[in-house]
Design a protein around this ligand. Structure first.
Ligand code: NDP
Length: 250
């Protein structure tokens, strides 16, 4: 098992992309801490190498204490995946400070707290991977979603800077930038887009599918396979990169 003895921590690991990554890493022998706010969802999927930890990533204290508890239970986190996120489109002139702050607190502050706390022990080990789940909205502007785009660009900035800070060490820092992936976030956005654009939910879903030039939604496991590759032996020179998995959407 390629990742036997490794401890991975994935925020938002109880559903969607995070859960697919957790299962893929556990199948390679890793012990995986999965975090989220909904204890029930985490308990439901726990077992087989997946260990639940209830933690709100917007709350610095919860992240500090949560990561410390995971490290005490399973050793230094050597694979850190800041993945927890929210996605909602809103025109900037309709964006109030509370909406903006909530987006940043979840997607960007949450990644900051998580990576910082995991790095404390990871930097004393002989191997580490930080893989942020950003978005294609972190590489280009997503129409009607300025707060989301800004938060996802911020995650890539964090990763790129850390790859410079730790150059020459056995740690690497990369981001994965998916297009539309078939998860709850997309289902929620289908409803929001249909209401905003005055089209049916089927039409809204078709708009998202056709954004991908392969004319389909991406499977969560496709993102998980990229994470596995970044944790594998052949990718040690990949550092500070933002890897697009988007079916050529942009
Ligand atoms: P999900 O809604 O299934 O996953 C989001 C996860 O984040 C949930 O498990 C949720 O758990 C967790 N989360 C949200 N807010 C918080 C919080 N404050 N504290 C702790 N955990 C939180 O959707 P996806 O799997 O699709 O999303 C995962 C990531 O992938 C997100 O960052 C998203 O932006 C990104 N992404 C998704 C794309 C897509 O099309 N699906 C495309 C590009 C990027 P809980 O509610 O229990 O807290």
């Amino acid at each position: 098992m390629a990742l036997g003895g490794k401890h991975a921590l994935i925020t938002g690991g109880g559903s969607g992309i995070g859960l697919a990554i957790a299962r893929a890493l556990a199948a390679e022998g890793a012990e995986v801490t999965i975090t989220g706010r909904r204890a029930g969802i985490l308990e439901e999927v726990a077992g087989g190498g997946l260990h639940p930890l209830t933690m709100d990533v917007t709350d610095e204290r919860q992240v500090v204490e949560g990561v410390a508890a995971a490290v005490a239970a399973r050793g230094p986190v050597q694979i850190c995946i800041p993945n927890a996120g929210i996605a909602e489109g809103r025109a900037l002139h309709k964006t109030d400070a509370a909406f903006w702050r909530h987006m940043m607190a979840t997607n960007l502050d949450g990644a900051f707290y998580t990576v910082r706390e995991c790095l404390t022990a990871m930097r004393k080990t002989d191997w580490g991977r930080v893989i942020a789940i950003s978005s294609i909205a972190g590489l280009k502007g997503l129409k009607g979603a300025s707060a989301y785009s800004a938060s996802k660009h911020g995650m890539i900035g964090l990763i790129r800077a850390l790859s410079e800070d730790y150059l020459g060490t056995p740690l690497t820092f990369n981001a994965i930038c998916p297009g539309y992936v078939d998860t709850e976030i997309v289902s929620r956005n289908v409803t929001a887009i249909s209401e905003r654009a005055g089209v049916s939910t089927d039409e809204a879903r078709a708009m998202m599918i056709s954004a991908n030039r392969h004319n389909r939604l991406i499977a969560p496991d496709e993102v998980a396979q990229a994470v596995l590759w970044l944790c594998g032996p052949g990718s040690g020179s990949v550092n500070g990169q933002a890897i697009e998995i988007a079916g050529g959407q942009f």
